[in-house]
Each structure stands twice: as C-alpha cells, then as structure tokens.
Design a protein around this ligand. Structure first.
Ligand SMILES: [Cu+2]
Length: 75
C-alpha cells in the first residue's frame, strides 16, 4: 500500500471536493476509507494498492472530473 498526497489547482467551492472524492472512491485499488479531500488546501490524501492502480491513473481520474493536478507525492 502506498500513500499519496496530491496538490490540485485551487478548488472554488466545497462541491468540487465531493465530486473529486466520489471519482476517486470508484477507482479500483484506491482504499475508499482513506480518501480525504481538503477543500481549504485543495489537497487529496489517499492510500492505494500499487499493484492495482498507478498514481498516473489517479491523477487522470481527477483530471477527468475537471481539476488540474499540480503535483503528487507518493510514499
Ligand atoms: Cu465546485
């Protein structure tokens, strides 16, 4: 299991974070309970199984719902 912190462009309203959270929870390999989107810091934290999903795929899922990823850190 890996842990990711993803910095996004500034979110403009709280419903943005709900949209992102829902999209990420649908991804195979992402630990659903670990997904937390902070509206105030425009940041996502989550744990994922690197055998099932890549950080690139996670970033893509955020992109697909309309938000730009600035940088990600995985450890
Ligand atoms: Cu919004």
């Amino acid at each position: 299991m890996k842990s990711a912190t993803i910095q996004m462009e500034t979110l403009v309203c709280p419903s943005c974070s709900q949209k992102i959270e829902a999209a990420l929870k649908q991804l195979e390999g992402v630990a659903k309970d670990s997904v937390s989107v902070s509206f105030s810091s425009s940041r996502v934290r989550l744990d994922f199984d690197e055998d099932q999903v890549t950080i690139e795929a996670i970033e893509e899922a955020i992109d697909r719902v309309g938000f730009e990823v600035i940088k990600s850190r995985v450890k």
